[in-house]
Design a protein around this ligand. Sequence first.
Ligand code: ZN
Length: 103
Amino acid sequence: MALVYCRECGKQVSDQAPTCPNCGAPQRAAPIAGARPVKSRGAAIILALLLGGIGAHKFYLDRPLQGLLYLVFCLTFVPAIIAFLEAIAYALTSEAEFHKTYG
Ligand SMILES: [Zn+2]
């Protein structure tokens, strides 16, 4: 536990305190919506092109089960073809649409 200075009155308060005991000002910044790291569309495209045959882009986009399927069938080269088409699809998807789907 550390002490920080109140943003309103300057009195020392615990950094765990949600509000200042002296003046009641909120001490912690409200969590910013959408602050979690977003997936890069460019990275997904590059992964699909270079390592798509083993499902790297699927693992990157938090689709590990799909990625596993790519990995299992990688020797058939079918996943590589699908990944290539997906790379094109990602490229054609708008940035906003991409983040809506994959975060
Ligand atoms: Zn205060």
